[in-house]
Design a protein around this ligand. Structure first.
Ligand code: HAM
Length: 435
């Protein structure tokens, strides 16, 4: 009996695993520059954390959670996102009991949503996110946007679109909700199934409907901007002015309402459209929240955060030639080719590795031809060849696999010689980059 990976999951290895790590490293490294520190929270939490935190009217809570009872009869849910868990930890660990606000954390790892799998949409996927909690300032909101755009530019992304909106506070949204119910009342019978459900439980989400006929109706709906209080308008204006002052381009999308219930005021999404015009949808998103921490049992502190979907970032990097394929290669492949060479070859291999070079060797007997093929497959730059003649003289042959050159080197000079070759290689590499 053979098993496949469960529907909506995928195995990550090779260049994909390397690139996931790179994405995480770039985001994490930059997050630390911005004063965020890492937090790791459990992969599963009490179900109620998400019904309260994410909101029981959201698609995520209504139909996308992996929920089960544990053996003690507790209802447990695999986290569908990272924000609620970070808030729960801030409360559990009383991290809010400090004068040094905001609390700033970054996190990454798998999250789970029972969605219909398709390109860029999984049931288990990975997010990188940041949360900044405890200061209610437009600058904190802008800070996470600048962080995100900078990280994306480090990864080579060139066609990122930033969409922003303000959805005001709870009172504003309540008024807006009433206005939408009034407006859609005439047309609701002609609209899609999803819209029907949303009309009943979460009318703001109707703005997100992708059905073409429905879009015509939605186009005439009242706009949230007309419901914002003067203070909410001022707050949003400060954000757009600050973005302007940094030359950050954005589109104000009045229909951007987000699929999680904890947001208030500033919300945003990053979209990606390739040079060829292919639309990858939302690669990351986030916003401001003012009641989330209180909703999960903490003090009333505002926050802002965002999360990126790592699978979606990878997909774009793959389609747009942004992968660093050479990251998978070895520096050195040791060719053990004699009758009595394996002991010396293995010692030399260990010495090479301990000197900081990526190296491997053949333990079995192979022909020269097979070994050169293998060295090519593992993208080795150099071969260190050890045959019986070499062992007799305590030397090896070092061959540059991109050139015809081959030199004889005494055992004690191997590391120095590799250093010479590989640092020259690096110089060449940098030189190319500068060009
Ligand atoms: P979200 O918009 O639900 O926000 O998810 C963030 C990102 O995760 C999306 O933009 C997308 O790139 C990726 N994503 C979502 N669903 C899938 C899926 N099924 N397969 C692959 N990728 C997916 C949040 O999760 C919020 N917690 C963000 C946040 C943090 N807001 C405040 N703080």
């Amino acid at each position: 009996m053979a098993f496949n990976q469960p529907k909506g999951t995928h195995d990550i290895y090779g260049i994909e695993a390397k690139t996931f790590k790179k994405i995480e490293d770039v985001f994490a490294g930059l997050a630390e520059l911005y004063g965020f520190n890492e937090m790791r929270t459990p992969i599963f939490e009490a179900t109620e954390l998400f019904t309260r935190g994410v909101g029981d009217a959201t698609d995520i809570v209504r139909k996308e959670m992996f929920t089960f009872d544990d053996k003690g009869g507790r209802s447990i849910t695999l986290r569908p996102e990272g924000t609620a868990g970070v808030m729960r930890a801030i409360v559990s660990q009383k991290l809010y009991a400090t004068d040094d606000l905001p609390l700033k954390y970054y996190y990454y790892g798998p999250v789970f949503r029972y969605e219909r799998p398709q390109k860029g949409r999984y049931r288990e996927f990975r997010q990188f996110g940041v949360e900044s909690v405890g200061v209610n300032s437009p600058f904190n909101d802008v800070e996470v946007v600048i962080f995100a755009l900078t990280a994306l530019s480090y990864l080579g992304f060139e066609h990122v679109q930033l969409k922003i909106n303000s959805i005001g506070g709870a009172t504003t949204r309540e008024k807006y909700r009433t206005a939408l119910i009034d407006y859609f009342a005439h047309d609701i019978e002609h609209m899609c199934e999803d819209c029907h459900v949303r009309y009943e439980i979460n009318p703001l989400r109707m703005l997100d409907c992708k059905v073409e006929e429905d879009q015509k109706i939605i186009a005439g709906a009242p706009k949230i901007q007309d419901f914002l209080t003067p203070d909410e308008q001022t707050y949003f204006k400060k954000i757009t002015e600050t973005l302007d002052s940094f030359g950050i381009r954005y589109e104000i999308d009045h229909n951007l309402v987000r699929g999680l219930d904890y947001y208030s005021d500033f919300v945003f999404e990053f979209h990606y459209i390739s040079e060829k015009g292919e639309n990858y949808g939302a690669i990351g998103a986030g916003g401001h929240y003012d009641k989330l921490l209180a909703d999960v049992g903490g003090p009333s502190l505002a926050g802002v955060g965002l999360a990126f979907g790592i699978e979606r970032l990878y997909l774009i990097m793959e389609d747009n030639q942004l992968l660093e394929k050479e990251a998978l290669g070895l520096d050195v492949f040791v060719m053990n080719v004699g009758e009595n060479t394996v002991d010396d070859a293995f010692s030399i291999l260990t010495l090479i590795r301990n000197s900081g070079f990526r190296a491997d060797m053949n333990m079995d007997k192979r022909s020269f031809k097979a070994l050169f093929k293998r060295a090519e497959r593992v993208q080795a730059k150099l071969a260190v060849i050890i045959g019986d003649d070499e062992v007799a003289k305590s030397v090896v042959q070092i061959k540059d696999l991109h050139k015809e050159e081959q030199v004889t080197v005494a055992y004690e000079d191997i590391v120095a010689k590799l250093d010479e070759y590989l640092s020259a290689d690096e110089h060449e590499h940098h030189h190319h980059e500068e060009e």
